[in-house]
Design a binder for this molecule. Structure first.
Ligand SMILES: [Zn+2]
Length: 368
């Protein structure tokens, strides 16, 4: 219905209000400018420039531990990047073969380094903030640092991450981690022939499988110390800002004194419900939003807007016909309600199975 409040639609559809979104973008811009060295630090923050201090609180470490740096060009590269699949006997061409891998799961991210010639075999844990790309790059950096004193050798690093090869192969980078990888490989190349070789993942290559096992072990281990263990990627910073935006929106929703009906259904952002609603047909989403907001064809609402002569329930005629009454208490609809929705005492419970709610409403037939 046209009378549906915007605030209710925003919380149902997971769309933070414009003012909160604008604040998020201002924070992101301030962090980006600061990391590029374009933010003046000569004076105490006043007026709009206080946004950087606010941004730092929303995304801790975003300026002190950011992976972003000024655009750096790489024109010369002394090591070789090999994107073609390596052959089974290629390992014999090198004195030192180092397999590296990165992994990420719900516990965290980790890396694995395996080198049979140097008897190197270890895993590293990078904590929760690092992406799988960063875990791969940091493992490569770690492996290269371990053998930095090696001289006069043919060295090959094997990775199954084409993204790392792509990042190393570009002529420009804004990532401190990639730049450090590049510089470490360059230093190693002064006295050695160095190749970074792509290797197909899960191809039964013993070295790659071992690095994969070590990386998974690293991701399952909790590191000791404060986060972040690797400089924060722009993706991680953006995620912190988005999380803060959602929590601000939830708080604003909690503080509202209007939208009583929707607040009875929805306490905070519900991603699962939003995804479900956005996949519905136009008529079904309209029906569901009407139910959640109370702005649908129930007598109480129709009476309030002057489209009904009585607010009473059309079946029991005992109390006001509200969504809550129909879904939880109306005696004549009890049998249908119990058979579809089961015993329910609270409205938020119904949103755990929105499909059943829709089915019940369609069965009832008078709310659309
Ligand atoms: Zn009734």
């Amino acid at each position: 219905m046209k009378s549906t409040p915007t605030a209710a639609l925003e919380i149902i559809l997971g769309l933070p209000p414009l003012d909160i979104i604008i604040k998020q973008e201002a924070k992101a811009a301030a962090i980006r400018l600061s990391n590029m060295g374009l933010w003046s630090t000569n004076t105490t923050a006043q007026g709009h420039s206080r946004i950087l201090d606010i941004a730092k609180l929303s995304a801790p470490g975003s300026t002190e531990c950011s992976d972003t740096t000024i655009k750096t060009f790489i024109f010369n590269r002394s090591y070789t990047i090999q994107r073609d699949q390596c052959g089974t006997s290629d390992e014999n061409n090198y004195d030192i073969n180092i397999y590296i891998d990165g992994a990420k799961n719900k516990k965290g991210s980790g890396g694995g380094v395996f080198c049979p010639e140097l008897n190197l075999q270890y895993s590293v844990s990078f904590g929760n903030k690092a992406t799988v790309f960063q875990a791969e790059a940091a493992s490569l950096l770690d492996g290269a640092t371990q053998i930095k004193d090696t001289k006069n050798s043919n060295i090959c690093f094997y990775t199954d991450s084409m993204a790392i090869l792509g990042a190393l192969g570009r002529t420009v980078t804004k990532s401190k981690l990639i730049l450090e990888c590049h510089r470490t490989l360059e230093n190693l190349s002064i006295s050695n022939n160095v190749t970074v070789q792509w290797i197909k993942s899960h191809n039964d290559n013993i070295g790659n499988c071992e690095a994969d096992r070590l990386a998974r072990m690293g991701s399952n281990t909790l590191p000791i110390g404060p986060e972040p263990f690797i400089s924060l990627s722009s993706k991680a910073i953006r995620q912190c800002l988005t999380d803060k935006t959602l929590s601000e929106h939830n708080q604003e929703w909690k503080n509202r004194v209007d939208c009583r009906q929707t607040k009875a259904f929805i306490v905070s952002h519900n991603h699962k419900l939003t995804r479900y609603l956005l996949n519905l047909s136009r008529s079904n989403i309209s029906l569901m939003v009407g139910l959640i907001t109370g702005h649908c064809c129930v007598n109480k609402h129709l009476y309030t807007i002057g489209n009904s002569t009585s607010p009473l329930c059309r079946t029991c005629k005992e109390v006001d016909e509200t969504v809550e009454h129909i879904l939880l208490a109306c005696p004549p609809t009890t049998e249908t309600r119990l058979s579809i929705l089961g015993p329910t005492e609270r409205l938020p419970q119904l949103l755990q199975h929105p499909g059943l709610l829709l089915q019940f409403t369609r069965e009832l037939g008078w709310l659309s």
